[in-house]
Design a protein around this ligand. Structure first.
Ligand SMILES: Nc1ncnc2c1ncn2[C@@H]1O[C@H](COP(=O)(O)OP(=O)(O)OP(=O)(O)O)[C@@H](O)[C@H]1O
Ligand SMILES: O=C(O)c1ccc[n+]([C@@H]2O[C@H](COP(=O)([O-])O)[C@@H](O)[C@H]2O)c1
Length: 222
């Protein structure tokens, strides 16, 4: 079996339990051993609150102690400009091919909200030549019906396979985790933190070390 690397890109402003669950779900479904977490400089969102370095630090804290290998990959923030997933996947192919073999499976993870917008991504059809796409359900965003642009639905459905088949080939398929149901967003967490009226408990939407970091760095205050 070739090496299978899962990729989770995001703004992570801040990273939360939905991101951690998204990574863990596909690690389990695909039987993968490695997750790369890639903080981005998004071209479709204006002004994030935390700096790129702070978002990378929080990503490392959120995934510390997972029972699989996690690498926080700084390539997008190191570019120092808004970036596109297609260029990151090309760079990863160039990096990992010589290291792990050209057959290495790359699996890009996303929530249903991003599938609904996939046709707005730079050169989105090229993504399938570079990686598999793994999409998880997210409360408030459907995985089919009129919310998915027709061209995306056709491309995505035509490539759909069972998750356990993905790691045996390098790219070109899709899979779904229909059971994920984590009703959390970074936007809501920023609002919650700005309210100033919070305390950590086991039901909190972010890992405790991330909340500690946010407090130490005085982030997301009004
Ligand atoms: N609760 C969730 N369930 C499933 N996927 C999620 C969830 N939250 C985020 N994701 C996915 O993680 C990736 C990165 O998300 P991002 O960092 O933009 O978080 P967000 O909560 O969507 O942020 P914001 O509220 O600021 O837009 C995206 O592919 C997104 O779809
Ligand atoms: O390549 C693109 O054009 C593109 C457009 C929107 C989002 N993305 C990627 O999707 C991931 C989630 O982004 P976001 O904005 O939801 O945090 C992250 O890796 C982004 O780089 C990529």
């Amino acid at each position: 079996m070739p090496r299978c690397v899962l990729l989770l890109g995001g703004s992570f402003d801040p990273i939360h339990n939905g991101h951690v669950a998204l990574g863990a779900t596909f690690v389990r479904l695909l039987g993968a051993a490695e997750l790369r977490v890639i903080p981005t400089v998004p071209w479709q969102k204006s002004s994030l609150v935390a700096t790129p370095s702070q978002r990378a630090d929080m990503a490392a804290l959120a995934f510390a102690g997972q029972p699989y290998r996690v690498v926080v990959d700084r390539q997008e923030i190191d570019r120092g400009r808004p970036t596109y997933t297609v260029e990151t996947l090309r760079a990863l192919r160039a990096e990992l091919g010589p290291k792990y073999g050209e057959e290495t499976a790359l699996c890009f993870l996303m929530g249903a909200d991003q599938l609904q917008r996939l046709d707005t991504w730079r050169d989105w059809r090229e993504l399938f030549g570079l990686a598999h796409l793994c999409v998880a359900a997210r409360p408030g965003f459907s995985l089919d019906g009129p919310d998915i642009p027709a061209a995306v639905a056709a491309e995505f459905r035509g490539r759909l396979v069972a998750p356990e088949q993905l790691c045996s080939r390098p790219a070109g398929n899709t899979c779904i985790a229909a059971d994920l149901a984590v009703d959390i967003s970074s936007t809501r967490i920023r609002q919650w933190l700005a309210g100033g009226n919070y305390e950590y408990d086991s039901g909190s939407p972010i890992p405790a070390p991330v909340l500690d970091y946010i407090e130490q760095h005085n982030l997301y205050k009004k």
